[in-house]
Design a protein around this ligand. Structure first.
Ligand code: F0G
Length: 356
């Protein structure tokens, strides 16, 4: 078996690269599809729920799938610098792949409201971090404007190469299940990732590799839910900072796939999102960031109310690793106190026996 060297090499025939293209890769993709044990039992429903753990990509989120393609193409076309607006994960991936390629990355991040791990990544990989006094939507508008006036390639999901890379997650799921799931649930911000997944499922369907496509279900945070409101939101708010987006960039594409796949959009409260994050960590052993847990929070509700019927195979994408946002994780654990004792065996033993 050849060594796994990333998703471009694996899916070369299905991606816009040539034989002599220099591939910029960190071995992204090939992430685990984990079958949940506890949650279906807790729901008391006969459903198979799998989580696609995208937090195990090299920089800890699904963005690496898109970034390997976007940076490979940018370098191929002679770019010396890339730029993005980001709630944190795109900037972390852009910074890492730019470092790998030996080019510059400029990242625009919202003032505050970015998880600590993501900021650490952008800084550590040597990106130029430009913090703007505004939110993601302001940053995105500025990136589009400045790219017309400076020699930089945009690597946000409006760059079509990003979606090409990200569609490979659907290929992996089909290959692992031997079929398409009945439902695929994702957290939605700009709606680039749900669009990319649909492209992947549709590609295998059209090529006759599978006979069905899943219904695509997009969940947003209640305070940042333009697809649920049916209009743009000007002051998005949510604890799930990764999806604190009010003006999604893939608006039309997402509405189209919702119709074509016979799917739907819905919203989850911050409380539901945090509860799902904690449940995944404590009952399944899977640590994802808050935004990622939105897919499971929404799926649990729609399985419970029967919108997703028994007998279904459901895949939920966990978009980013829990370590991205240590502050929220620690705040979530406020009731599980750290036990402090003297450095003596008796005290450690007592701490064990008291907490069995
Ligand atoms: N989950 C996580 C962890 C994200 O970082 C993002 C987007 C999404 C879900 C939503 O994906 O935008 O394709 O619908 N993060 C972007 C960023 C905006 O800048 O890192 P989408």
């Amino acid at each position: 078996r050849p060594r796994y060297t990333g998703l471009i090499e694996k899916y070369r025939d299905r991606l816009p690269v040539h034989d002599d293209t220099r591939i910029i890769s960190l071995g992204e993709g090939n992430t685990p599809l984990i079958r949940l044990n506890h949650i279906p039992r807790q729901l008391g429903k006969d459903v198979d729920i799998y989580v696609k753990y995208e937090g195990l990509n090299p920089t800890g989120s699904f963005k690496d799938r898109g970034m390997t393609m976007a940076v490979t193409k940018a370098v191929d076309e002679g770019a010396k610098a890339i730029i993005c607006a980001s709630t944190g994960n795109t900037s972390a991936a852009a910074a890492a792949y730019a470092a790998r390629a030996g080019i510059r990355a400029f990242v625009l991040i919202p003032d505050g409201k970015i998880a600590m791990g993501k900021l650490a990544q952008a800084l550590m990989h040597g990106a130029v971090v430009i913090q703007i006094k505004g939110n993601f939507d302001d940053g995105m508008r500025l990136v589009k404007e400045v790219a017309d006036h400076a020699p930089v390639t945009i690597v946000n999901s409006i760059n079509p190469n990003r979606l090409q890379g990200q569609k490979t997650a659907a290929f992996e799921i089909i290959e692992e299940l031997g079929r398409a799931p009945d439902y695929h649930c994702l957290p939605v911000g700009n709606a680039g990732n749900i669009t990319a997944h649909w492209m992947g499922y549709d590609e295998y369907y059209r090529d006759g590799i599978v006979g069905t496509r899943p219904r695509m279900v997009g969940y947003q945070a209640s305070g940042s839910a333009p697809f649920v409101k049916g209009e743009m939101v000007d002051n998005p708010e949510t604890v799930a900072t990764a999806i604190r987006i009010g003006h999604p960039q893939s608006w039309e594409l997402a509405w189209n796939l919702q119709k074509e796949s016979n799917g739907w959009f819905d919203a989850c409260s911050d409380e539901e999102i945090l509860a799902a994050q904690k449940l995944l960590a404590q009952a399944e052993g899977v640590f994802c960031e808050p935004a990622s847990a939105t897919s499971v929070a929404g799926a649990m509700r729609d399985i419970q109310n029967g919108k997703i019927p028994e007998g279904s195979t459901v895949v939920c994408t966990l978009t980013g690793h829990g370590l991205k946002d240590p502050d929220t994780a620690i705040a979530q654990s406020a009731d599980t106190k750290v036990v402090t004792v003297a450095a003596e065996m008796d005290e450690v033993r007592r701490a064990i026996l008291d907490n069995m």
